[in-house]
Design a protein around this ligand. Sequence first.
Ligand SMILES: NC(=O)CC[C@H](N)C(=O)O
Length: 372
Amino acid sequence: MTQPPAMLMLEDGRVFHGVGFGAEGETFGEMVFNTGMTGYQETLTDPSYAGQIVAMTAPHIGNTGVNDEDPESARVQVAGYVVREPARVASSWRSRRSLDAELRAQGIVGIAMPGTRALTRHLRDRGAMRGAISTVETDPQALLERVRQSPSMEGADLARKVTTPEPYIVPAIGDKRFTVAAVDLGIKSMTPHRMAERGCEVHVLPATSTAAEILATNPDGVFFSNGPGDPAATEYAVTALRGVLDAGRPFFGICLGNQIFGRALGLGTYKLRFGHRGVNQPVQDRATGRVEISAHNHGFAVDAPTDGPFETPYGRAEVSHVNLNDGCVEGLRLLDGPAFSVQYHPEAAAGPHDSTALFDRFCELMDGKVRG
Ligand SMILES: NC(=O)CC[C@H](N)C(=O)O
């Protein structure tokens, strides 16, 4: 199939040209880059990417096609997709179809273009910004004007758009040890699975669930997931989490869940210049000095003191993990209560398995064996 010409326009007027990849049409979103060498299916289906156009820095994408095992949710979630060179042939016997056919079937507009390095350097220097991909517009100025009218990621409440409409249960694998209430702010399917493998029956609940609805499942522990958008626009989740913490239930949060925990503790969140998206981010556990190589996808971070414990409405807390690249906060924990969270993705889909023990820690918390 011959591909139509395509244009990628950024809000500062920088333009890139290439050919269409996936569906034809036009799409808008926050332009970000992902440095993962593997895991394009997991990236595409991670609901945290809702509202974002994702550029892959790895030069060949789609080499193993699309299979039924790797998706992290029921559909492709990115607003648009940028690759340097798509695979012409999908090489894995497990492939259902090519990535191009999958994006086309799901209506996701993408672009294949030689400039992914220049694009990434531009975003690193100037920061994440709004963008558009179009296979239908020929006038750059007209597209630029539409980009400048498109919504910004700051202030965007997207968790309620990607969450499950109804509660559902992921049964424990083997003997049931715990009931977990997992608030789905944009949950990846590997996350309840990691808990189920440890004997948790996971009640996945909609993003806007109240503290009373969460506690009505009579959980041994409460989990808040990753998710898209600006944590400052997700105040309903902060209110619900405060009710859970008031009830003294063990808590574990990841990514957006970490940011919500920070806000529940009275901390602020802010936008990083270009964020962390990839599978090789070095994170240090400050208690042990141990460094984990971890999977990330975040554009915001928690603003917390890193020079020691600080007071919160729930007792003392501390920054438990920091990123060794830029020093930003990657984890929080209460010192006087059973609650902790991390800014990264211990479920490891895609990504290294260095951090999966955090799910064991959550189980120990529910067992009453450790504190925060
Ligand atoms: N993966 C996530 O949960 C991302 C959280 C938030 N949307 C951010 O960009 O920082």
